[in-house]
Design a binder for this molecule. Structure first.
Ligand SMILES: [Zn+2]
Length: 222
């Protein structure tokens, strides 16, 4: 055997391989995986009155002196908001309604705002409001509409946007006289179509959205 001669490089390689193998065998892969899973499974249901004491008792009682804004927590450990339900919610946002989001960069217990936004929440034209959430103090509003009703209503709003867009296009063409194919009659027809659609579906017309010179954001914001 020539341990310290030409074969020494092989011995070093084998030792390194054994060490790498040992580390990969004992590394807690499962723990890392579980932790990721727990986070992605997290549905941030607001804590109701019954079990709030168990789950939010991280804030000790002795800290329960009222603070300047009248909340029973003297120190709010982290910034939390809850998403108020909207009747015309789009599908992207429905899953976040009536849930609590954390404004912290990293949060072990709540889904963060950044994560929700990366999944589509607060998209362009989103009308959802984030309301300050104090566990136990904030009263959550009941959802008085079903998810199907919300999706149906949202579809109606999209249809209204489409009809309004048609009116804007005709008005634009008429004003700029760049198309001989549109006439006042076309405009009246388009307006009538929208008017009937709104009446049939109990929607209110938004006259400012029917003007061609508005920003893209206003075109699609309720
Ligand atoms: Zn939204």
């Amino acid at each position: 055997m020539n341990w310290f001669g030409t074969n020494v490089s092989w011995v070093v390689i084998v030792i390194i391989l054994v060490i790498v193998l040992a580390i990969s065998l004992f590394f807690p892969w499962q723990k890392v995986k579980n932790r990721k899973q727990q986070k992605s499974d997290l549905i941030n249901k607001p804590i109701d009155e019954k079990n709030k004491n168990n789950s939010e008792s991280i804030i000790p009682n002795f800290m329960g002196i009222y603070n300047s804004i009248g909340k029973s927590e003297s120190v709010r450990m982290k910034k939390l908001v809850y998403v108020e339900p909207k009747e015309n919610s789009c599908e992207l946002c429905i899953k976040y309604e009536n849930t609590v989001l954390s404004l912290e960069v990293i949060d072990k217990n709540y889904l963060t705002m950044a994560e929700a936004i990366s999944n589509g929440y607060h998209h362009l034209g989103c009308t959802h409001k984030d309301i300050d959430y104090y566990p136990g103090d904030t009263e959550l509003k009941d959802k008085f509409f079903t998810q199907e009703e919300q999706i149906k209503f949202h579809q109606l709003i999209l249809e209204q946007f489409k009809l309004e867009n048609n009116i804007r296009n005709i008005k634009y063409d008429l004003e700029n006289k760049n198309s001989k194919s549109v006439s006042i009659e076309d405009l009246n027809k388009a307006i009538e179509k929208l008017d009937i659609f709104c009446k049939e579906n109990n929607l209110t017309r938004n006259f400012s959205r029917e003007e061609p010179e508005i920003s893209d954001l206003k075109k699609f914001t309720k």
